[in-house]
Design a protein around this ligand. Structure first.
Ligand code: GDP
Ligand code: MG
Length: 163
């Protein structure tokens, strides 16, 4: 690949709370790592208490559910929506973080033997609250903007895994 605009492939794990999204993301990460693929893991669930992998990007860097509950005097559901609204308003932050992780991933790929060099892959572990998909445009906007707004890369094809 020379001047070709590089394409970033990935998945969003979407489904009801407790349906196995995080477990699925972990299994996908292990599968891809076994084939020497560089993977960028993104946790977008502010209520993901015990993540069984280390996310490269975490919504917790931007906002923490427990802080919102205290500072905004909201219950768990209100705090959750507050966090997602904040993420929506800070979409540029997410794009910037993805670009940073892409740079790191490319540096690692460059050190791999040529025959095992493959494009990085991105996995989003998404929240389970169904109203985020039925009543709010945030995830529709997220997928649309991921395809359009990333300056150096684009998320060209995204598979939604409905669990
Ligand atoms: N029996 C069974 N349990 C699972 C499976 N996948 C996940 N779990 C369990 O279901 C619970 C919720 O899984 P989690 O991945 O956190 O779901 P999430 O809320 O959708 O992210 C955890 O206790 C998992 O260990 C599966 O394929 N089979
Ligand atoms: Mg989860």
């Amino acid at each position: 690949m020379t001047n070709e605009r590089q394409v970033l492939y990935g998945q969003l794990a979407i489904g009801p709370a407790g349906s196995g999204k995080t477990s699925y993301c972990k299994a996908m990460l292990e599968l891809l790592q076994n084939s020497k693929r560089q993977v960028i893991m993104v946790n977008l669930d502010p209520d993901n208490d015990s993540i069984p992998f280390t996310p490269d990007i975490d919504i917790g860097e931007l906002v923490k559910l427990e802080d919102v509950m205290v500072e905004e005097n909201l219950g768990p559901n209100g705090s959750f929506l507050f966090c997602m609204d904040l993420l929506s308003k800070n979409f540029d932050w997410l794009c910037q973080r993805i670009e940073e992780e892409m740079t790191k991933a490319k540096e690692k790929i460059a050190k791999q033997p040529a025959e095992s060099q493959r494009r990085p892959y991105i996995i989003f572990d998404c929240p389970g609250q169904i109203e985020l998909y039925t009543n709010y445009p945030i995830f529709k906007q997220l997928i649309h903007r991921l395809g359009n707004d990333l300056r150096q890369e684009s998320v060209k094809e995204v598979c939604d895994y409905l669990l």
